[in-house]
Design a binder for this molecule. Sequence first.
Ligand code: PGA
Length: 248
Amino acid sequence: MRKYIVGNWKMNGLRSDLGVIGQIAALANTFSNVDSGLCIPSTLIAVATQQYPHFTIGGQDVHTATSGAHTGCISAAMLIDAGASVVIVGHSERRADQFESDALVQAKAQAAIAVGLSAIICVGETEAQRDNGDAENVVLGQIDGSIPDSATSDSVSIAYEPVWAIGTGRIPSVDDVTAMHSAIRARLVARLGDDGSKMQILYGGSMNGENAATLLAIPHVDGGLIGGASLSAEKFAPILAAAQDIGA
Ligand code: PGA
């Protein structure tokens, strides 16, 4: 499977950073065996897709409704209209800060794929849940509750992001990532049949140029969702290079 490397800029990025998106788009073009993209603030999507039309640009959230009285929200149609082709849903920061439930994340993913966006559905346990031995149950429960019935391997990817690994510089052991990604794969196959074996499962949480080769070599780690290390071309480059070396 080709590796899929997606940057998540979170609430970072002004128009003065468009050049960085251009550098990353140019860089991505040199790694022909890797699928890559950047999920950027909504305010930059239209201008970024105009300037760099051949690079995958995405949003970081979407509303469940197609339009209407939802002040401050962005619909899937608006993302498409701005040139986005992908959207992150259910990131742990939104699950925590905006109290997003599995059912809401599922409805958001459904709204996204209904208009032709692909959705990256995020799941992951907190540190307390891992310490209690609940990590796998929590993550598989999120998988069950957050994936819409219409999901296919073309329209949906999963990002496993342990909450305690995000932005902390800490990552799980290779054994723990292996176990979790295998468990997610088994659940996807049980739910979606053969197509579940093709759905990309990304790892996220402090992936960087130093640990990417190790993480991306783990079975069923089909790519990465990268926060901090996607904010500059210099930091993103070695992750793409590792994906190019390991990917088919
Ligand atoms: P990080 O963020 O790479 O900065 O840990 C990953 C994410 O939250 O998607």
